[in-house]
Design a protein around this ligand. Sequence first.
Ligand code: PAJ
Length: 287
Amino acid sequence: MSSNIEIIARPLALHERVRTWRTQGLRVALVPTMGNLHKGHATLVARAREHADRVVVSIFVNPLQFGPSEDFNSYPRTPQEDRALLDEYRADLLFAPGVEDMYPPLAAPHTVVHVPELSEILCGAVRPGHFIGVATVVAKLFNMVQPDVALFCDKDYQQLAIIKRMATDLSMPLQVIGVATVREADGLAMSSRNRYLTAEQRRLAPRIYAALSKVGQELKQGRRDYLSLEQMAIAELEQSGFKTDYASIRDADDLQPPTENSRKLVVLTAARLGRARLIDNVQVDIS
Ligand code: PAJ
């Protein structure tokens, strides 16, 4: 498979390339990814095009955000298919650093970025250190690329909230844009981890979105008994064979438990099915 996209691995070379664009007055967008690209990632690239003259996509499977018993080694790596997709969606540059480019051994132990509170709840409670790894690598990517805008999907709702908060707290001079989740026809959120599912598990997987949507509808209809709605979602998922890490209704703005003043809620879950840990959420306007 031949590829047209420019590929850069070294941060300094990347910096030079982007600086040339900047001196030409071009706006630059960044779409950070871990590769194994699917239509969800492609949508981020397409949206990035609407916000900038040049689109940089990064592919880096970030060891810092995987726990010791997680899937860093087996995480799907598909560089050729990824390049073909980036050609098709006309990304301008692929930044694909190696681990030693991102985390030079001499720098260990290195500086990390910790967004407190938001990083410890929900997925953070189950994956200690995960969001420090995410915030740190995203901060490094922001510094390396220095984009005007960076795009993330709200499928990873907590991740997006943490990145927005980091950018605000650390006065990072860029705009963080959230993009809606791209789904399969049966509602399953697209994810690189869907490929861990067996045929039978794939058939069951859309029940995550169905369970969240049901809670969303109940909230829309005025129910506010959050605990029993959460328990309903967990019971439905467990009956279908999922092991739920959590199912939780939160204020969409700060991810705290809803108060009387909450106007936008988000129903989030993380559930394991076989080898795959799947996350999804549904946002509900109750104003
Ligand atoms: P990754 O899982 O590869 O996701 C890269 C981007 O694609 C994220 O913004 C993610 O939210 C988005 N994405 C995932 N599923 C999507 C879908 N169904 N529709 C639209 N976009 C989707 O998230 C990460 O990588 C990493 O944590 C990263 C931010 C790159 C830091 O390492």
